[in-house]
Every structure is written in C-alpha cells, then in structure tokens.
Design a protein around this ligand. Structure first.
Ligand code: ADP
Ligand code: MG
Length: 386
C-alpha cells in the first residue's frame, strides 16, 4: 500500500526526521492564511498523488505570489495529474501540500528496501539525488552507494557514520544524517515496509538536512497488524476495478492487450499470459481467482473481465487441484447465465473431474470452446481474437 507524501512526512516528523514547514489543503478558501502561516515569499504547491515524477509532470509548482498560489491550487484541485510515473489517464488530485520554498544547497538520495538478491534490508544513497535519480542509477551506477544491513543484527550508528563519510558529510551533517537514517530504519522494521525513499534529501544553505519528499510502500499482507497505517489508505488513488477485485479476493491487474484471462493460481496465470504472447496474442489482464475458488468468485471475475472495453475474447484456464473441475464448470455456466456472454470464450480444464467439467460445458447451449490442452487453448483463443 502506498501513502501520500504528506502522510510520509508526518511519519518522518514523529521520529524527528526534519521536514519543511507545510500545510495540507483540499480547498482554496484559506490560501491567504496558509501562505502567511508558512511565511517567506515563495511557496511550493505539491499535488498529492500516489506517484512520483510530479516535478516533471507539473505537480510541483513554485509560486512567487499568493495570487499565483491560489490560481495554481484552483487548477490542480480536482484535476488528473499525468507524470512519467502514472499511466496515460493520470491520478486524481484531491489534496495539495503547500510548503515554504527551501534554499537548496545539494540534493541527495536515500532509501531503504529489501534486496532480493542478498536477502537484506539495504540502504541506497547517493550524492546525485533529485528528479534524475533513475538516469543516475542506469548511466552511472557507481554513484549509488549500497549498504546491506546484517539481518541478524541491526543498523548501527557506526554503519550510518560509514555511509555519512562516503557521502562526504562533516561532523554536524553526520549527526543529522545518522538520526535520519536510524529513524528510517525504525519505521521500516516496525511498520513492515517494502520501500521507504527520500528523494531529494536536501542540505539547505543553512546546513540543515531536510526530507523534501517522502515515499513509503507498505507490505499489504502485514497491514492487519498496523491499524494506524491501514487508516492512511486513499482508495481514490487505486484503480476502481482492481479495488473491486480485491474485495472478492481476486488478484486482478490490467494490461493493454485484448484477451481477458481467468486463471487459478498466480504461476499458472503467468504461464498462460506467456503462452498467449508466444502465439502472437496479447493479454488484457492478469487475473488469479485463487487456488480454492468458488462459483461466486468465478462469476465476479467474469463480470470484471466482460466490462473491460478492450477485451475481445476470454480464456479460462483452470487446473483442478483443490477445486473440482465440474464445480468450476457449473460456476462458469452460472456466471454466463447471470452476466451474459457476448465474447468468444475458450475454457481449458485439467485435473480433478476434468472430463465431467468439460462434458458439462460441451452440453450447454452456449458457444463455449473447450480444451484440455493449454497449448491448444492458447492457439485457439489467439485465432478467435484475430
Ligand atoms: P517528485 O519526486 O514527485 O518529482 P519532489 O517532492 O521530489 O516531487 O519535488 C521535485 C523537486 O522540486 C525536488 O527535487 C526539489 O528540487 C523541488 N522541491 C520540492 N519541494 C520543494 C520545497 N519545499 N522547496 C524547494 N524546492 C522543492
Ligand atoms: Mg521526489
């Protein structure tokens, strides 16, 4: 689960990580008071969406007058912001963070994540932070300092000091950096975080270390034990269909192809998409109805797939391990009766009671192409789609 920049900054502030003065707004009635309370004469208006790249997408705007702050806020609130990190539709802007402009001396990068190769919580840092960090990482990877934390130990002050030295900090900055990094590590480990990132972490002209941006991604599977974090969820930032799917315990992710897929098991879903691609087709989604799926869930999955306008055909691929194929066949027929069938459909059933299942589908009055072989099913659906 992602959270907004302002929420990440609140978590930072609670652990003594320094952030700029800022005020969150969702309407423009009190802009004058907000700017006055922040002080200074330049303000930064920052759109709160669950994506980065806002600086490049017109979501971080510098304003030299209160009138401009008001104008910019009116434009951004209620709009959809498209950045290099969103899709073409963009994300809705419901809140803005207004900050006093900081005097930036240097922009650094600092993050914590789990390195899948070393199986360690790893610190990534760089003196080349800011909006082009992706370019830095791909063109000059030696500018990224990587430090794996001993999984049996913890992040120590010595570790932080070692990194501070590599980043070229003096004694005063090292003290601030150590506090920041130790606090980040605390949040990371206590709140079951996947990724925590400050980009940029700045050094101001006044020699202060400040988190100018904040991004945190939490492990969904651990949210049940962090009520305070779960409350931060903003469903306006989530895809409506993907959200509905998660309510039915369906893993549903949209792509831009045209063959809708309904599969039980994530591995089988991946293999199914690979086969479709292999035979020249293009999957419209990843949909895992789960190992022990029910007729109800099958019906919901059907409904979701059929309402996607780009879907031109449907491939159902079920392996009956825990579930019985004849029950799945009944579920499919039930779903078709309820939501109708307007698209060509190929159903591949294999495993427990597969012959009974295929027989049920064959006997039905609907035009269902049945297969017990996955390769044949993939070839057929690609042909029907074309
Ligand atoms: P994103 O990562 O989505 O582009 P950031 O919050 O990192 O958004 O902002 C982009 C850039 O805007 C930063 O790299 C920084 O240079 C500048 N910036 C952001 N907030 C402030 C601020 N309060 N004062 C001065 N500059 C800022
Ligand atoms: Mg940023």
């Amino acid at each position: 689960m992602h959270i907004h920049e302002y929420q990440a900054k609140t978590l930072f502030r609670c652990r003594d990580i320094q952030i700029p003065k800022g005020i969150l707004i969702d309407n423009t009635t009190k802009i004058n008071d907000v700017c006055k309370a922040l002080g200074g004469d330049v303000w930064v208006v920052k759109a709160q969406i669950h994506a980065g790249g806002r600086g490049k997408g017109g979501g971080v705007i510098f304003c030299h007058s209160i009138e401009k702050v008001e104008r910019v806020c009116n434009q951004l609130l209620g709009s959809k912001l498209i950045t290099p990190q969103t899709d073409a539709k963009g994300l809705p802007v419901g809140q803005l963070l207004i900050e006093a402009k900081q005097n930036i001396e240097r922009e650094l990068y600092l993050s914590l994540l789990i390195d899948r190769q070393t199986h360690k919580i790893t610190v990534l840092s760089s003196t080349k932070g800011g909006m082009d960090i992706e370019k830095v990482a791909s063109k000059t990877p030696d500018k990224i300092i990587k430090f794996g934390i001993d999984p049996l130990g913890s992040l120590s002050v010595q570790d932080c000091t070692f990194l501070a030295k590599k980043l070229g900090f003096n004694t005063e900055l090292t003290k601030q950096f150590n506090n920041t990094l130790l606090s980040l590590y605390e949040i990371f480990t206590q709140k079951d975080v996947n990724l925590i990132e400050i980009n940029p972490l700045i050094i101001t002209q006044e020699n202060k270390l400040l988190a100018l941006d904040g991004k945190i991604d939490f492990d969904d599977n651990a949210l049940y034990r962090h009520e305070d974090i779960a409350k931060l969820r903003d469903i306006s930032q989530e895809d409506e269909k993907e959200r509905l799917a998660s309510e039915y315990q369906l893993n549903y992710i949209l792509f831009d192809g045209n063959i809708g897929c309904m599969v039980n098991g994530a591995g089988l879903a991946m293999a199914t998409m690979d086969l479709i691609e292999h035979f020249g087709g293009s999957p419209a989604n990843f949909l895992d109805v789960g190992g022990g799926t029910t007729a109800d869930r099958v019906a919901k999955a059907f409904e979701l797939i059929q309402t996607e306008t780009n879907v031109k055909s449907i491939l159902v691929n079920i392996f009956g391990g825990i579930v019985h194929c004849d029950l799945i066949a009944q579920g499919i027929l039930q779903a078709i009766k309820t939501v109708g069938l307007t698209l060509p459909i190929v159903v591949r059933l294999e495993g427990t009671n597969a012959p009974e299942g295929l027989n049920l589908l064959n006997k039905s009055k609907f035009n269902i192409h049945v297969e017990s072989d996955l390769t044949k099913a993939a070839i057929k659906i690609v042909k029907l789609t074309k």
